[in-house]
Design a protein around this ligand. Sequence first.
Ligand code: SF4
Length: 444
Amino acid sequence: MPTTPPNSPPLRHETTAGNYFVANYPPFAFWKPEFVPQFEAALAANNVSAAPSFGQYVHIPFCRKRCHFCYFKVYTDKDSSEIRGYLDALLKELTVYANQPAVRGRKPKFVYFGGGTPSYLSPDQLRFLTDGMKRLLPWDEVEEVTFEAEPGTLTDHKLQAIRDLGVTRLSLGIEHFDDHILEINGRAHRSREIQRAYAFAREIGFPQINIDLIAGMVEETDEKWREAVAKAVALQPDSVTIYQMEVPYNTGIYQEMKATGKLVAPVADWETKRAWVDYAYREFEKVGYTVTSGTTVVRDPAKVKFIYRQGLFTGADILSIGVASFGHLNGVHYQNHHEFQPYVDAVNSGKLPVYRAYAPPADERYIREFILQLKLGSVSAEKFKAKFGTDPRDQFAQPLARLKEWGFLTNGGDRIGVTRDGLLQIDRLLHEFFKPEHNTGRYA
Ligand code: SF4
C-alpha cells in the first residue's frame, strides 16, 4: 500500500476540485494572447528548428455524449454538415501551416488523433481528412499513427477503415468494464461493446492496442476495481494507461458539487486511487508487463513504443490543429481558440486560429523536459547534460534532495529514478521543480 512520507508536500486526502495532473510547463495560465506574434515570427523564421523530431496532433472534438468527468472541449450536438465544415477547417488550417517556412517540406514522424472521439467520424469522413493531410504533409516517413477510439462507435467495417488509413496504435477508451459504473459516470459505451470492439481490433491486426482505464470513477469499489483489472489483464493489450480520477472545474461532477454546495468530489480519496493503480500494476507485473510511467504498463517494452509521448516529452515540434488543441513549433508553445465557431471562423477568414502562445526561455525548456521525463520514472543525467549543457543533479540539487529525504528517489548514479510510491504521486511532486512564480496552481 503506498504511503505519504512525513514532510512531503501536503496532499488533500479527499479529491477536491482542480487539475491534479501536469501536462505541460509552464502551466497554460502563462500562455497569453499578446505572445501570439512571437509564434507567428517563429513560423516565418527560415532557421531550421532545433527540435529532435516533428509530428502532428489532430483534435476531433465530437462525442456521443459527455462523460461526467470530462474536461475536454467536446460537442455532442453537431450534425454532419457542421462536422464536414470542421474537417474543411482542419485542412485549411493545415494548408496555412504547410506554407510556412518553419513547416514547409517537413514530414511527420508521428501523427496523433485525439479528442473528443476520433472514432465518432465515419470511414468516409476519416478518409477525406487523412487524404487531405497526406497531400499537404506526406506520411511516407511516419512511424506511428495513434487513434483514440470509443468502443461503442466501432464496427468491424470502421475498424478496418481506421487500420487502412495507416493507424498503427489504436487507443481504446475503455475506462471500466462494469456497466453500472460506466452508466453512472456518463460513458456512452457498455461492456458488451468493449469485448466486441477489442476482438475486431485484434482480428484486424493493429500493431499496437492500448486500453485506457480510470481508477476512482464514481461508485468505484475495491471489488469492482479488482474485477476490472482482471478483465483488462485477460485482454492482453500491448499497453495499458491508467489514470487516477481528477475533477477539474469544467466537469459535470464539479457542476453537481457546486449546485449541492459540496467541496469534496464523490470519488475515492487520493490514497485509495494510488492503491488501486498500484494493485493494477502488480497484477500486470505478475503476467510479465513492465511499468513504464506513472500511468502506463507495457507488455513488451522492447517492441511497444509510444513515439508521440516520446516526442512530447523531449521537445519535438508538434503541429497541432483543431479547436482548443495545443502544440509547439520552433521554440514556441501555442494553443488554438477554445470555442468551435471562433475557431472555424478564424480559419475560414484565412487566419491561423491561435488564441495564445508562449516562448519559454532556455531554463523553462529545461524544466519542462525534465519534469515530463520524470513522469516516466527515470531520467538520464548524462543525456540531459549532453543536450542542455547542465547536469540536472546540480541544476535541481535542492528539489532532488527533498524528494530523496521523502523517500521518493532511488539511488542510481546517472539515473535519477523515482520509487514506485513516488511514481504513483509524481504529478504533485513535479511542482518541486517549478519556478516559484509558476507554482500558483498547485493541487495541495
Ligand atoms: S469520450 Fe472522452 S472526450 Fe468524450 S466526453 Fe467522454 S471523456 Fe470526454
